[in-house]
Design a protein around this ligand. Structure first.
Ligand SMILES: Cc1ncc(COP(=O)(O)O)c(C=O)c1O
Length: 399
């Protein structure tokens, strides 16, 4: 089961053993997020962390300069769907990525994390079935577990996914949602081929399930293979496509977006109204101004160059240092290596913290699969010397 991480007591705010509060079922069920909880450990002096998936601040562009008039224009409440200027820019960017849509289908969210939460709250009741890749993004598992969803996993490895198993689930169960991260998946780094996307879209249409496609890593594409969003291929079923500026630009501005099938859009719009009225306008304006400058393509090339070199260094170091029996696929994009090894990775986390290296055991991401034999290593933020030292520390624990 996911999210059974044994986080050392000093790291996360502890829930008291004796419960005096009358919480909702959601409040009682909601698990913590291991990644966010070990962030504070990762920040301890001398610690080398492969745990978080933080973008590298070195490649974040300078924020655009805003005039005092422009600043004054965003201090008032804004619209729930988001700033028009930003939505216009998005329509054009998305069409280049293979997803044609209209402004009226876009909702600007507080990070794509909020989009996931809105989508899940609209579609999932306690006991609702939701199909997810196994392993999957742990903060979505956190949301779904909090809502009391029954998770139906289908296997995803570094080599691909089991579409027969997916079809079997669609045939025999009544899922409210199919949640996928098809492009440089978190945590495996896997990117679905164009054919897999077409096949999945056909399954989605055949069985009428709502597809939620989570696509925050699309721009971090290192080997130049272009793939269209699966939503592009869906003909009839309702779908929700989620994107983010966190990995492309500035995660601290908490600005993401959702594009929704017209049937679903009005419900998502209401959910957004009820949640926070609208997304922070200053962040939206800064991003819209940056996009207006027309330098996004050059910026994305720089990002790709920067992270490609980190990915290649990490791969070389893993080849050089790791013992036989550890396996992985070098990811074609995104921020993570997914390792399979013969070790108790929960223990490795605890021992690693003592040895000054933080890793994330796969059990934080898996549902039915044995995640305790897997590790997710992030290469996005770490410098080359730290990477090498961190891998040496890890190897010491493995020998
Ligand atoms: C698969 C996936 N979806 C969504 C998110 C949330 O991103 P955002 O910063 O846009 O909320 C992340 C963040 O790491 C992620 O890995």
């Amino acid at each position: 089961m996911a999210l059974q991480l044994d986080i050392p007591a000093q790291i996360s705010p502890q829930i008291p053993e004796i419960q005096t509060l009358s919480l909702s079922d959601y409040g009682k069920r909601l698990p913590g997020s291991p990644v966010r909880e070990i962030l504070s450990v990762s920040q301890q002096p001398g610690m080398i962390s492969f745990a978080g998936g933080l973008p590298d601040a070195v490649v974040m562009p300078e924020l655009p300069q805003l005039s005092s008039q422009e600043l004054a224009s965003v201090v008032q409440y804004g619209t729930s769907e988001g700033e028009r200027l930003l939505k216009q820019q998005l329509v054009s960017w998305l069409s280049g990525e293979g997803l044609a849509c209209e402004e009226g289908q876009i909702l600007i969210t507080s990070g794509s994390q909020q989009g996931l939460d809105l989508a899940a709250r609209l579609l999932v009741d306690p006991g609702s079935e939701v199909i997810v890749e196994d392993p999957s993004y742990l903060a979505m598992l956190q949301i779904l577990n909090g809502l009391g969803a029954e998770l139906l996993p289908f296997t995803l490895s570094g080599h691909g996914n089991d579409l027969d198993a997916l079809e079997q689930l669609l045939q025999t169960r009544q899922p409210r949602m199919l949640y996928l991260i098809p492009t440089f998946q978190n945590p495996t780094g896997y990117c679905y081929s164009e054919q897999e996307r077409i096949d999945i879209a056909q399954l989605v249409d055949r069985y009428g399930v709502v597809l939620v496609e989570d696509d925050p890593y699309r721009a971090l594409n290192y080997d130049g293979v272009f793939t269209r969003p699966i939503c592009h291929y869906v003909k009839q079923s309702p779908w929700i496509y989620l994107g983010s500026f966190s990995k492309m630009l500035w995660p601290g501005l908490r600005t993401g977006f959702m594009v929704a099938h017209p049937e679903l859009y009005p419900y998502l719009y209401r959910a957004k109204q009820a949640t926070d009225l609208h997304t922070n306008r200053l962040g939206q304006l800064l991003i819209a101004r940056f996009l207006q400058q027309g330098t996004l393509p050059t910026h994305i090339e720089q990002l790709q160059k920067h992270y490609r070199s980190k990915r290649d260094n990490m791969h070389r170091l893993l080849v050089d240092y790791l013992p036989k029996g550890v396996s992985w696929q070098s990811p074609a994009g995104g921020m993570f290596f997914w390792l399979t090894l013969e070790a108790d990775c929960q223990r490795l986390l605890q021992q690693g913290i003592e040895a000054g290296v933080v890793v994330l055991p796969g059990s934080s991401f898996t549902i039915a699969a044995d995640g305790n034999r897997c590790l997710r290593l992030s290469f996005s933020q770490i410098s080359l010397p730290e990477m090498e030292e961190g891998i040496k520390r890890l190897v010491m624990l493995l020998s």
